[in-house]
Design a protein around this ligand. Sequence first.
Ligand SMILES: Nc1ncnc2c1ncn2[C@@H]1O[C@H](COP(=O)(O)OP(=O)(O)OP(=O)(O)O)[C@@H](O)[C@H]1O
Ligand SMILES: [Mg+2]
Length: 308
Amino acid sequence: MTDPSRDVSPVDTIVARGLTKSFGAVRAVRELDLTLQRGTSVALLGPNGAGKTTTIDMLIGLTKPDAGTVSLFGRSPNEAVKAGLIGAMTQTGQLIDYLSVRELVTMMAAIYPAPLAVDEALSISGADAFADRQTRKLSGGETQRVRFAIALVANAELLVLDEPTAALDVEGRRDFWNAMRAFAARGKTVVFATHYLEEADAYADRIVLISHGRIAADGAPTEIKATVGGRIIRATLPDVESSNLQALRGVTAVDRKGDAITLNSNDSDATLRDLLNTFASVRDIEVRGAGLEEAFLELTLDSDGADS
Ligand SMILES: Nc1ncnc2c1ncn2[C@@H]1O[C@H](COP(=O)(O)OP(=O)(O)OP(=O)(O)O)[C@@H](O)[C@H]1O
Ligand SMILES: [Mg+2]
């Protein structure tokens, strides 16, 4: 642990500037800037094809950007990987065949300057339950746990995980996130890509929403929700024009299906007052906080036209 090549700066872990990558005509990532502080847990959240994997692969030096720079602990991605500072779980790539799980994790541990004990990586990841099985005989969820064990055994400062809980069942997910929390509590930094809005909301300190290769929003989960107003009001109200609902204070969006109306509001108190004062026949009123799901849809819809 006293290896000076592993000394890292206490502040910024990742600084990416102007990251850009195209595949033919597909502009996968466009001038993306990102600065991540040490000890935080950051979710890259976005739909299929948003550019999450391309971003992650550029961050860890697997893909060369067309333009832009990445610095990890003040080094290039390759230097940081070589110094054992990065543990990664990529979205693709098979496990090596004809080895047992334990043999594979032991082999990977040997690559790193200050690895975690193999048994510890196996037990944190839950792969200890099938440590003696051949890797080619594992289920999808078991394979995922082995990939996690390999990322953990690096004992890295930064863990980069591309959809780490894909293929895990409910219990597997819970175990995974508990392990991740323990890891982050030691002052380590975690970046993970996910489609799961609840997962980003529950486990990240910060959410970077990616849409069409760009950052559509960036902040604490609560800030992301506040960005789009935060409250949803549902009610039953016959024979009303959408434009009359849109005119109520605080309303940012209106949806009507028959008598059922749904309003997005950034000031639900004012909206409710206006609603009750204006429409005597309104009933069945229900107010709830807008979840990340709504925030996500609204924000990504906004940037749909950004393809040009
Ligand atoms: N090697 C490649 N060759 C051609 N196109 C690619 C390649 N890799 C990615 N793309 C394209 O770049 C865009 C971004 O892909 P990327 O894999 O980064 O998305 P993602 O956000 O990780 O999606 P998912 O949630 O499905 O994993 C997509 O349109 C994809 O088809
Ligand atoms: Mg991906």
